[in-house]
Design a protein around this ligand. Structure first.
Ligand code: HEC
Length: 135
């Protein structure tokens, strides 16, 4: 009886250790949506990726253009459009639903790390605007 209990405990522990190490050590496989958990995004890298991939539609300083909305709009604040929506927008595009600019196409050539950088740049600008408006 005790042996069975011991075996079960060792088995369960081993199982969790295996899962944990697989998970922590996992490399980002091609086609993955998110960067590794320990990735630290860079705002300045995000700014330059934004300028090459998003500025055409979302405009200079995130202010929008004739082809896309400003990402500084209230609706894109984190509580309304979480980071997840950025990863999905880049990976799969966005069907027109909030505005009348048409659909956003999926954006090729950006790794999850670069998207993470862009998100940190966008959040930085949004935060700056919010503190400016509320101070
Ligand atoms: C060709 C134009 C175009 C480009 C390039 C573009 N977008 Fe968009 N994007 C749009 C339009 C238009 C919408 C609004 C769709 C709607 O809600 O009507 C949008 C919406 C979004 C949204 C909101 C998604 C949602 O769930 O509502 C995010 C986030 C976003 N874009 C991020 C990006 C990022 C990051 C880039 C660069 C990597 C980018 N976009 C490049 C046109 C573009």
């Amino acid at each position: 009886m005790n042996k069975i209990l011991l075996f079960t405990i060792v088995f369960i522990l081993g199982f969790f250790i295996l899962i944990e190490s697989e998970w922590l050590g996992s490399k980002n496989v091609d086609g993955g949506l998110f960067p590794n958990m320990d990735y630290k995004p860079s705002i300045s890298q995000g700014e330059s990726s934004y300028q090459s991939a998003c500025i055409k539609c979302h405009g200079d300083n995130l202010l929008g253009s004739e082809q896309g909305p400003s990402l500084l709009d209230e609706i894109y604040k984190p509580s309304h459009h979480a980071d997840l929506s950025f990863y999905y927008a880049v990976k799969s595009g966005v069907r027109q639903h909030h505005w009348k600019f048409g659909d956003m196409p999926k954006i090729d050539g950006l790794s999850p790390e670069r998207v993470s950088d862009i998100i940190s740049y966008v959040r930085h600008k949004q935060f700056f605007l919010r503190t400016l408006l509320t101070s």
